[in-house]
Write a protein that binds this ligand. Structure first.
Ligand code: 13P
Length: 245
């Protein structure tokens, strides 16, 4: 059975806690629960207030988590803290963190394992940069990243394929490109998890918006989207949901 579509929203470093609460209240005024699952990945300081303002049935999540369990790691946030703040998901290995903070596949896997140890579902991000795509090495590059980032990670995981050249650029992969990579990812997941791979969600991310979300998510191996820019306005989120329903 194919998994329920997930519309995962990544606010990145946007919105103060006050703005986050206002966003949650605005969503609550118009949101009607449908067949699509929605989750908002907010900056850590906003999670608590956001959850209170959010309509029932919409999950929250974080954008990163420490690879350590607890203790002397100044500035880090543990999976247990995120769980206590009622997070369901946490993004790990976003390309912006891989680039800005030199996160390796091994570190990403360690973060995903910490998340799972606390009952959170990690959303593991993979995807190639423009040069790799132009060399035609995007499939092998992305699958190598995937295998490294799933070391010791069990099947309670979501994968997001986000080609770096499509993030925040307005350049979306075509629905066919997204499907080709999602199918390759599904194949690698089958090697790792056997038949369970068919029930795992593979998302596409990179310039997803109301007018392209439905075509991308209609692809057989694409089970939802991870959305940056178009997640910031409630109006765009509602438009994406109605396009998907
Ligand atoms: P955009 O939707 O702004 O391209 O961002 C995609 C992304 O990085 C989501 O994690």
């Amino acid at each position: 059975m194919s998994p329920r579509t997930l519309l995962a929203l990544n606010w990145k470093m946007n919105k103060t806690p006050t703005e986050a609460r206002a966003w949650g209240r605005e969503l609550a005024r118009s949101y009607r629960r449908g067949t699509v699952e929605v989750a908002v990945m907010a900056p850590a300081v906003s999670l608590y207030g956001l959850k209170e303002a959010m309509p029932g049935g919409v999950d929250i999540g974080a954008q990163d988590v420490s690879a350590h369990e607890s203790g002397a790691h100044t500035g880090e946030i543990s999976a247990a803290m995120l769980r206590d703040a009622e997070c369901t998901y946490v993004i790990v290995g976003h390309s912006e963190r891989r680039t800005d903070h030199a996160e390796t596949d091994a570190l990403v896997a360690a973060k995903a394992r910490q998340a799972q140890a606390q009952g959170l579902t990690p959303i593991v991000c993979v995807g190639e940069g423009l040069e790799v795509r132009e060399r035609g090495e995007h499939v092998e590059h992305t699958l190598a990243q995937l295998r490294g980032s799933l070391d010791g990670v069990d099947e309670r995981v979501v994968i997001a394929y986000e080609p770096v050249w499509a993030i925040g650029t307005g350049k979306t992969a075509t629905a066919e490109d997204a499907e080709a990579m999602a199918a390759a990812i599904r194949g690698a997941l089958r090697e790792h998890y056997g038949d369970l791979a068919d029930s795992l969600r593979v998302l596409y991310g990179g310039s997803v918006k109301p007018d392209n979300v439905a075509a991308i998510c209609a692809q057989p191996n694409v089970n939802g989207a991870l959305v940056g820019g178009a997640s910031l306005k409630v109006e765009d989120v509602l438009a994406m949901l109605s396009a998907l329903e």
